[in-house]
Ligand binder design. Structure first.
Ligand code: NAD
Length: 239
């Protein structure tokens, strides 16, 4: 049910953190995986570690031409694409009166426009395979307000809405589109936050590996009748 042998996946922001855990999990489930990221050293090292079913591609998710090139390359090299994981993201924060336009533009560009560009870039390739799965990484911050995080929150609510719209639009093509909403996960993004003060019923911060079961479920035939869903993986934090 969860076997991904013969499938081809692309993970943005796959060089480190949650994305790298996704790459390892997809690889271990049998898929061939493209690690698409800005971080060449980390991405190349991960690909080298996992072997010839994983390759690195340098991609800035805000670059439309970059998306076209990476998708064309994977289709030419591996014959098609079945799974897209839009995971790349950045976070910034600040009180609204001291939150410059540049910060807003940056977080919307990567976290929301990047997801739109990715979905748009892969539709033809997924359709050519008779369908596929798009997994968009939002956040619990895409489900509630959070002080000083307005740009990030807006971007993650946007990902949630985009996911639902595409689930409706692409269902007839057999393309499923779902969102994942992690809570606190220990990565470089959250390195300065101490989870011990957070109201987490499971009493610990999440680790990247805590997210991989949800991803394998959404990427595989185990979720064949699931689209437009939003899966919260947060230790019960926003319960
Ligand atoms: P991270 O900072 O460790 O990794 C993010 C990755 O995205 C990096 O490899 C980075 O190089 C890449 N990236 C950033 N901008 C890019 C761009 N323009 N083009 C291509 N790649 C780019 O962060 P993480 O914690 O692993 O976060 C992964 C995703 O999970 C993000 O979308 C984040 O918003 C989301 N998320 C994280 C948490 C958490 O607590 N860590 C919680 C909820 C949601």
């Amino acid at each position: 049910l969860f076997d991904l042998s013969g499938r081809v996946a692309l993970v943005t922001g796959g060089a480190r953190g949650i994305g790298a855990a996704y790459v390892r999990a997809l690889h271990d489930a049998g898929a061939r995986v493209v690690v698409a990221d800005l971080l060449e050293d980390e991405g190349s090292a991960l690909a080298a570690d996992l072997g010839d079913r994983v390759r690195f591609a340098r991609l800035d998710v805000t670059d439309e031409d970059g998306w076209a090139a990476v998708v064309a390359d994977v289709v030419a090299g591996w014959g098609g694409l079945d799974v897209l994981v839009n995971n790349a993201g950045i976070a910034n924060a600040g009180p609204i009166e001291h939150y410059p336009r540049a910060k807003w533009d940056a977080v919307i560009a990567v976290n929301l426009t990047g997801v739109y560009l990715g979905c748009r870039a892969v539709v033809a390739a997924l359709r050519a395979r008779g369908g596929g799965s798009i997994v968009n990484i939002s956040s619990v911050e895409g489900m509630r307000g959070s002080t000083h995080l307005h740009g990030y929150v807006a971007s993650k609510f946007g990902v949630r809405g985009l996911t639902k719209s595409l689930a409706v639009e692409l269902g007839a093509d057999g393309i499923r589109v779902n969102s994942v909403h992690p809570g606190f996960v220990e990565t470089d993004m959250t390195a300065r936050i101490d989870p011990s003060g957070l109201p987490i019923p499971l009493r610990r911060g999440g680790r990247p590996d805590d997210l991989t079961g949800t991803l394998l479920y959404l990427a595989s035939d185990a979720s064949a009748y699931v689209t437009g869903a939003e899966l919260v993986v947060d230790g019960g934090m926003i319960n």
